[in-house]
Ligand binder design. Structure first.
Ligand code: NAD
Ligand code: ZN
Length: 365
């Protein structure tokens, strides 16, 4: 069988992350945590035609007695809604799903978040196996147990903590992923190096070409190392009381950029995170916490990965600042950022001086 790496996630609800090319064809692996007869495969309109039949065939070959249903959403963030959550619930009901049923979330983070939330709620919680098919989902959204849908008032406002029973990341699926989506995922990979693993940044620099070409061995290594970090951090702080916030490096800026441009209409999330990480590094230098050379080195690495390093034209610093204040309305205190003392040395800083933020934004636009 195909070479595979396994990352163990501990804590109260432990599970394994399996990473390798061709894993979706391994029915025994897919079914290893199954407890009952009912399986619902949830996917989207891009991913289902490519991979759903293979998953269902593999499951059926390993366990002919399974009752397998399929529910397909239209692709895109706009579909991560309460209405589509209800449609997954309806599909579970139509299948006759019992307490021991299992949801297989086959797709990117949109499918993973929505299907995971439906699994969290059906009969107060059934098993969910994540089958991530985007790099972002493999290194970020499928691990850590956060599930959610969007409402008009904001992204991810309705959801639950519901760790998966297992994660199976088939790196062969990345061959059909649009290059821009691959680069967006690489931005989150770079994030792990930036916050806790400086040597990983050097490794990424050395393997940039292989990663960008979709080399599955290099990607598997990058995914495994990213998952190790996400697993370790979320295991120590599952509900984001402290350390888990480090995963938001670059995200205060990124969310403001995405909101100001209108979600999905300008930079995608990974691209906005790339710009945001550079701004966080520069803000750190402005505040005397880190060197300007560290920020410049991060900029060089992001450019190497074809990621943006400047604010999109037309975004006014004042408008972005206003967004950041709105974003933090629910929290006490002033502006809060994840800053660094240099590569691998991130920490949370509250009450950041607004003038420093304004100056960093001004210089980047
Ligand atoms: P996505 O799920 O929208 O996928 C991106 C696009 O790629 C979609 O059009 C999809 O159909 C397509 N696609 C997916 N896999 C493919 C493949 N193998 N080949 C061809 N096309 C493919 O987006 P995403 O970037 O994977 O996930 C973003 C979502 O993840 C957001 O909703 C975000 O809130 C969420 N997220 C959640 C967490 C978490 O901890 N739960 C963390 C980060 C992000
Ligand atoms: Zn992110």
């Amino acid at each position: 069988s195909a070479p595979m790496r396994t990352v163990e996630v501990g804590g109260v609800a432990p599970y394994r992350i399996h990473i390798g090319a061709g894993l979706l064809a391994d029915g025994t692996l897919l079914a290893q945590t199954l407890r009952g007869r009912h399986v619902l495969v949830v996917s989207d309109s891009h991913v289902a035609p490519l991979y759903a039949q293979a998953v269902e065939d593999a499951l059926h070959a390993a366990h002919p007695e399974l009752r397998i249903g399929r529910h397909v959403l239209r692709a895109g963030e706009a579909e991560k809604t309460l209405a589509n959550f209800g449609a997954v619930i309806d599909a579970l009901a139509a299948l006759g799903a019992t307490r021991d049923a299992c949801v297989f979330a086959l797709g990117g983070g949109v499918v993973g978040d929505l299907a995971g939330f439906a699994a969290a709620c059906w009969m107060r919680g059934i098993d969910c196996v994540q089958l991530p098919t985007t790099l972002l989902a493999m290194v970020d959204s499928s691990v850590g147990g956060k599930t959610a849908v969007d409402i008009p008032q904001g992204k991810n406002l309705v959801g639950a903590f519901h760790p998966p029973r297992a994660v199976v990341a088939d790196t062969a699926t990345l061959r059909t992923l649009p290059p821009r989506e691959l680069r967006a995922g690489l931005a989150e990979v770079i994030k792990y190096g930036a916050i806790v693993d400086a040597p990983f940044l050097a490794w990424l620099e050395a393997h940039a070409e292989a990663l960008l070409e979709g080399d599955t061995a290099a990607l598997a290594e990058a995914i495994a190392r990213s998952c190790l970090h996400k697993a370790a951090i979320t295991e120590r702080d599952p509900h984001e009381h402290g350390e888990r916030a480090l995963l938001n490096f670059g995200h205060t800026f990124a969310h403001a950029i995405e909101a100001e441009q209108g979600y999905g209409r300008g930079l995608n999330h990974g691209e906005a995170v790339a710009v945001g990480m550079l701004l966080a590094a520069r803000l750190s230098a402005t505040l005397g916490l880190a060197s300007w050379a560290d920020a410049e080195a991060l900029r060089t690495l992001l450019l190497r990965f074809g990621l943006p390093v400047a604010l999109p034209a037309g975004l006014a610093p004042e408008a972005l600042l206003a967004r950041m204040h709105l974003d933090k309305k629910a929290q006490a205190g002033g502006l809060r950022f994840i800053l660094w003392n240099g590569p691998g040395l991130a920490h949370v800083v509250s009450g950041v001086d607004e003038a420093a933020v304004r100056s960093v934004l001004g210089e980047a636009s």
